[in-house]
Design a protein around this ligand. Structure first.
Ligand SMILES: NC(=O)C1=CN([C@@H]2O[C@H](COP(=O)(O)OP(=O)(O)OC[C@H]3O[C@@H](n4cnc5c(N)ncnc54)[C@H](OP(=O)(O)O)[C@@H]3O)[C@@H](O)[C@H]2O)C=CC1
Ligand SMILES: O=C(O)[C@@H]1CCC=N1
Length: 249
């Protein structure tokens, strides 16, 4: 995810980026690559962006205690990992938590943002600029809401890709080749999403305008969600992801 964001940042944000990754071999375009924190010497930075797994933070972050300038801040994309835990691992700095999603890689991401009380306008504006370079950004006023953003938007592309995959599989079952099924399904998803966004109309109204009385869509929709099972499934999907985010705090 960090790499995906970086591809957009180096194109759109005027800043110098240094990546610290012990395992990465190829230098990312537009950024400097170092292997370990000791390679920084006494260099200091405005922002430390934490893009490692939440489970690694307590172990890795303390070694970064000297890399931030006194007015610097931590920004973390780690799912769940709370401001409190980040501040415990690296005390003394404001924290902005970011929950991005994968379409950031093509500048079409949606990110949730939450700032600790001691974060200043410069810190918040800086992180907002980064995330707007990768799509859109929405601030939330309570930290718990960021874990809810994770369940809806952070993990969301995973649900959408899985729905698309299953829809393509169903089209193939109806007799289309893999390529035809992909074109039909992805074209239908894309056109329908564009229509919601461009008209501003409610998905429910648009659904009704496709559905002729006693027609084919009605038959399909009855099988899809006639008993509300799809609605229930999506509620349990987001609830399960939120529960996991809470466990990662
Ligand atoms: N994937 C997604 O869609 C989203 C992910 N996130 C968050 O992003 C974070 C990364 O997740 P994701 O990108 O999926 O996972 P990855 O495993 O792909 O990324 C983790 C990165 O951390 C690097 N790394 C491992 N050890 C160290 C270390 N000691 N010091 C510095 N870097 C290290 C890894 O290097 P290497 O690959 O070389 O081992 C890798 O580049 C997580 O906290 C996750 O919650 C948030 C929103 C969406
Ligand atoms: O699956 C995860 O934990 C990360 C956070 C949101 C998307 N991917």
């Amino acid at each position: 995810m960090g790499g995906a964001l970086l591809t957009q940042w180096v194109k759109a944000v005027e800043a110098d980026f240094t990546i610290l990754d012990p395992f990465l071999d190829q230098q990312p375009e537009g950024a400097r690559l170092l292997k370990k924190v000791e390679d920084l010497g006494d260099e200091q930075f405005d922002l430390l962006i934490v893009a490692i797994k939440p489970q690694m933070i307590d172990e890795i972050l303390p070694a970064y205690k000297n890399v931030l300038a006194s007015d610097g801040a931590i920004a973390s994309i780690a799912a769940g990992c709370s401001v409190q835990r980040l501040k415990k691992a690296l005390p003394g700095f404001p924290v902005v938590r970011i929950m991005p999603n994968l379409p950031s890689a093509i500048g079409a991401g949606v990110a949730g943002l939450y700032a600790s009380e001691d974060a200043g306008k410069t810190h918040k504006d800086g992180v907002q600029e980064l995330m707007e370079a990768a799509g859109t950004a929405v601030w939330v006023g309570e930290e718990d809401m960021l874990d809810r953003v994770t369940a809806v938007a952070g993990s969301g592309p995973g649900y959408v890709f899985e729905i698309a995959r299953a829809y393509i599989e169903a089209a193939q079952e109806l007799g289309f080749s893999a390529e035809q099924a992909r074109d039909l399904v992805m074209g239908t998803l894309n056109g329908s999403i564009q229509m919601v966004l461009e008209t501003g109309d409610d998905p429910e109204n648009l659904r009704n305008s496709v559905t002729s009385k006693n027609g084919t869509t009605e038959a399909g929709l009855n099988a899809l969600n006639g008993d509300g099972s799809l609605t229930k499934l999506l509620k349990s999907t987001t609830e399960a992801a939120y529960k996991r985010a809470v466990e990662l705090r």
